[in-house]
Design a protein around this ligand. Structure first.
Ligand SMILES: [Zn+2]
Length: 84
């Protein structure tokens, strides 16, 4: 808490969201349960070309929380850092 505007997930929530996205599961907000998650960049329908070195941002339009990660850097769950 503290800063106005952008809110961040707590680390366990961010990790849950990030891992679900990485595994290409349906993602829902770990905080409020909304499925209104805006992913940047959008997933490609082909699914074959995975831009692993590009940062992925996940933002819930309901509660305004967001998380970001770089797929290439995500080798183990313990290496995830929440936020931007
Ligand atoms: Zn939410």
């Amino acid at each position: 808490m503290g800063r106005r505007g952008t809110k961040e997930y707590r680390a366990p929530e961010a990790l849950q969201l990030i891992l679900a996205d990485r595994d290409r599961q349906r993602i829902a907000c770990p905080s409020c349960g909304s499925r209104s998650i805006v992913r940047t960049p959008r997933r490609r329908l082909s699914g074959s070309e995975w831009e692993a070195d590009r940062q992925v941002s996940l933002r819930c339009t309901e509660c305004g929380r967001q998380a970001a990660y770089v797929p290439k850097a995500l080798t183990q769950p313990s290496e995830v850092t929440a936020g931007v």
